[in-house]
Design a protein around this ligand. Structure first.
Ligand code: HEC
Ligand code: HEC
Ligand code: HEC
Ligand code: HEC
Ligand code: HEC
Ligand code: HEC
Ligand code: HEC
Ligand code: HEC
Ligand code: HEC
Ligand code: HEC
Length: 423
């Protein structure tokens, strides 16, 4: 009732938790700023934000701030103003780069004649994250073949490291204590071939997690999973699948979605809370089915439904038939839940980032975290800039070539020429 206008695509799930942004009823811009930074500060820092606040508190740039106060997030990302909100919550006209970079065409021959509404087009520049687009990076990866000779995809190793670290006795079928009233045996047989069985996580670990629990808990909550899998829980709560939990709201359900869900979804699934078990069967904890079959059960778009027939989908099918190694398959999760390397107890551990929004938009974020495991930079830029290719889930080659790398090479050669003549 008090909502002054719908919140953006990014925040619609938490719009009823007014105080996540309006942390004080009296605060204006400064209070909102602190809220934005408390949730987004780290991610912007991690990608070396090209326009951090510090650039604009520098007195040498004071004149630019007069035109457009880039010290504040809400200068560009306002809320509750659906009529002026564009992609990624941007509430400025497309060509706003003009305000501060009028001189670019004079300084760079490669940029003469380009319109300011093209600076931020796909594959050229982003306002915040240019990790895959800055000049030195473009130069370093010039001239690569579309398909790289080696596949650089990281292998998941957490189970192995867990076994090395803890060296537990693996559980034998006879070790398992199952209440005798449990007649169903599917759970037991699924569990027997799981990594939980290998790691010594038995029925009680989940169904009678602590002394306080009063006997057998029929449906263990996701807090039980989180007690052993804190990093996965943490990243889950940063993306659209789990973000409501972080703001103290009940879990997301498919019926609250703004994007399309499968129309034939059962009532039960439509209202089911999104938890770890939405993707993982808790007994066989199969990470492969979680990577495709689970996603397709909920999501519905041209992009999603084209996956199975796409070249990547075919790789996955071959893997299923046993004709291809797992690391060559490209699943929904390969792109949307990338594997990240962390150091834990002096071991290099590869974990799955459960925030599927972390590399989603702008989509150049996927270049380094995913595509460049197998493709060249140029091929990745061209593919991700092609909307038709996204819609058909990368079935075919990109239709246009983005000149970013060529421009970097051209400018580099000009600099060399100048240096030579100087000598
Ligand atoms: C995701 C963050 C976020 C959430 C959640 C949020 N707001 Fe806002 N709200 C903002 C921002 C940012 C502005 C400033 C918009 C601007 O300057 O154009 C704002 C502006 C407002 C204003 C106008 C204030 C003014 O000075 O004009 C009102 C009223 C308001 N919000 C009420 C609410 C209510 C009520 C809720 C919960 C039902 C809510 N907001 C939830 C971010 C949020
Ligand atoms: C309680 C934490 C929280 C607060 C406070 C918050 N955000 Fe967000 N924001 C999120 C989450 C979670 C998402 C959705 C996941 C994503 O896109 O990373 C999101 C999405 C976004 C997006 C859209 C990204 C896209 O992919 O479309 C923008 C832009 C954004 N936030 C900016 C802001 C700004 C500006 C503020 C301050 C007015 C703010 N946020 C306040 C958590 C927060
Ligand atoms: C001068 C305008 C401007 C300001 C100021 C600004 N942004 Fe953005 N923001 C953008 C644009 C444009 C995008 C679209 C993607 C891009 O170009 O990077 C964006 C995208 C985002 C995204 C989506 C993810 C990403 O990495 O691009 C988030 C989150 C975000 N902004 C948060 C913030 C926060 C938090 C602040 C304040 C600290 C802020 N922005 C200040 C213009 C701005
Ligand atoms: C409010 C002023 C302002 C706006 C608006 C702005 N920039 Fe910048 N930008 C700067 C400043 C200041 C620098 C630091 C270098 C300089 O002084 O030119 C910079 C640096 C850059 C760089 C150099 C790369 C880097 O990482 O340091 C690029 C590329 C860039 N901006 C692109 C853009 C694009 C694209 C837009 C529009 C989407 C944009 N800028 C909008 C002020 C602005
Ligand atoms: C990793 C944690 C975990 C382990 C280990 C585990 N379970 Fe479960 N189990 C669950 C969860 C979570 C549910 C609830 C699933 C749901 O609500 O959809 C469940 C549900 C069940 C159910 C009810 C099934 C139904 O259809 O309602 C039975 C029976 C069961 N488990 C037996 C077992 C037995 C026997 C073992 C040991 C061989 C075991 N579980 C090991 C997490 C676990
Ligand atoms: C008592 C601790 C414990 C609990 C509780 C627990 N797990 Fe695990 N889980 C482990 C260990 C140890 C491993 C193997 C090492 C690793 O992957 O971290 C593992 C592995 C996994 C894997 C990887 C499987 C594979 O083959 O790659 C998934 C998925 C998983 N767990 C999901 C869950 C879910 C979902 C729950 C809650 C229903 C849960 N776990 C509860 C300890 C636990
Ligand atoms: C949207 C589906 C989805 C949800 C929800 C989900 N997972 Fe996963 N999870 C996956 C996929 C897919 C993989 C394997 C990805 C791969 O092979 O690269 C995975 C891998 C894992 C692994 C093994 C790799 C690692 O990071 O150590 C664990 C453990 C795990 N998940 C635990 C959890 C827990 C705990 C939750 C709930 C907080 C959860 N997952 C929620 C899809 C999901
Ligand atoms: C139980 C249903 C369900 C399953 C299973 C599921 N999702 Fe989702 N997904 C959702 C819902 C609901 C949202 C939030 C949509 C919204 O806020 O409008 C979402 C959001 C997303 C988004 C962000 C979309 C955006 O525009 O910001 C991506 C990407 C995504 N899911 C990918 C996946 C992938 C990949 C898998 C499998 C590994 C998967 N999902 C499994 C229901 C599901
Ligand atoms: C090769 C990488 C790749 C694969 C494989 C892939 N996607 Fe995507 N996905 C993308 C890109 C890129 C986008 C577009 C991001 C953008 O620019 O907005 C996207 C967008 C999405 C979105 C958000 C679109 C929306 O409507 O908001 C969802 C949901 C999604 N994908 C789910 C899936 C599912 C489910 C699968 C598997 C059936 C899958 N994707 C396979 C790369 C991939
Ligand atoms: C694990 C390796 C791997 C990753 C990661 C990967 N791809 Fe691919 N991709 C392939 C392979 C292998 C093929 C060729 C399959 C075939 O020939 O049947 C392919 C095919 C393609 C094609 C079709 C090319 C054609 O000639 O038909 C496009 C477009 C594409 N990938 C884009 C991308 C993008 C964009 C990303 C990142 C979002 C990505 N790929 C991530 C391995 C990968």
């Amino acid at each position: 009732m008090y909502l002054v206008g719908e919140t953006t695509h990014g925040h619609h799930q938490i719009e009823m938790a007014c105080n996540t942004c309006h942390t004080s009823p009296f605060g204006g811009t400064e209070v909102l700023q602190d809220a934005c930074v408390s949730c987004h500060g780290e991610e912007l820092k991690a990608v070396s934000d090209s326009h951090p606040r510090s650039k604009f508190t520098d007195p040498r740039n004071a004149d630019r701030v007069e035109i457009l106060d880039a010290r504040y997030c809400v200068t560009c990302h306002r809320e509750h103003q659906e009529d002026i909100t564009g992609a990624m919550g941007l509430t400025l006209p497309q060509d706003y780069c003009f305000n501060c970079h009028q001189d670019i065409a004079e300084e760079r021959s490669t940029h003469v004649g380009l319109g300011f509404d093209t600076c931020a087009s796909a594959g050229c520049h982003n306002y915040h994250d240019n990790l895959a687009l800055y000049e030195d990076f473009l130069l370093k990866h010039a001239g690569e073949e579309d398909f790289l000779a080696i596949n650089r995809r990281k292998a998941l190793n957490s189970l192995q490291i867990y076994l090395d670290l803890n060296n537990p006795d693996m559980l034998e079928p006879s070790d398992v204590v199952v209440p005798d009233w449990i007649a169903v045996s599917t759970e037991i047989s699924e569990w027997h071939s799981s990594s939980h069985q290998q790691a010594g996580v038995d029925c009680q670990s989940c169904h009678q997690p602590d002394e306080q629990s009063d006997g057998w808990v029929e449906s263990p909550s996701m807090e039980v999973c989180a007690s052993c899998h804190a990093p996965q829980m943490e990243s889950f709560m940063l993306g659209k699948h789990g973000m409501r939990l972080k703001s103290g709201l009940p879990n997301m359900t498919p019926d609250m979605a703004k994007i399309a869900m499968k129309p034939d979804m059962s009532e039960a699934l439509l209202h089911a809370e999104l938890t770890c078990n939405s993707c993982h069967n808790p007994h066989d904890v199969n990470a492969m089915e979680a990577a495709v079959e689970a996603c397709i059960g909920c999501h519905n778009s041209g992009h999603v439904n084209s996956y199975a027939a796409s070249p990547h989908g075919q790789l996955y099918a071959q893997m299923h038939q046993g004709n291809l190694e797992l690391k060559h398959a490209v699943t929904c999760a390969t792109c949307h839940m990338p594997r990240v390397e962390v150091i834990e107890e002096n071991h290099r551990v590869v974990r799955v980032n459960h925030n599927q929004n972390d590399n989603l938009r702008p989509n150049e974020k996927m270049i380094r975290s995913v595509c460049m495991d197998c493709h060249s930079l140029a091929f990745s830029i061209d593919s991700l800039a092609d909307e038709a290719l996204i819609n058909n889930n990368f079935t075919g080659r990109p239709h246009h070539h983005i000149r970013s790398i060529d421009m970097a090479v051209e400018r580099d050669s000009q600099i060399e020429v100048r240096d030579d003549s100087y000598q």
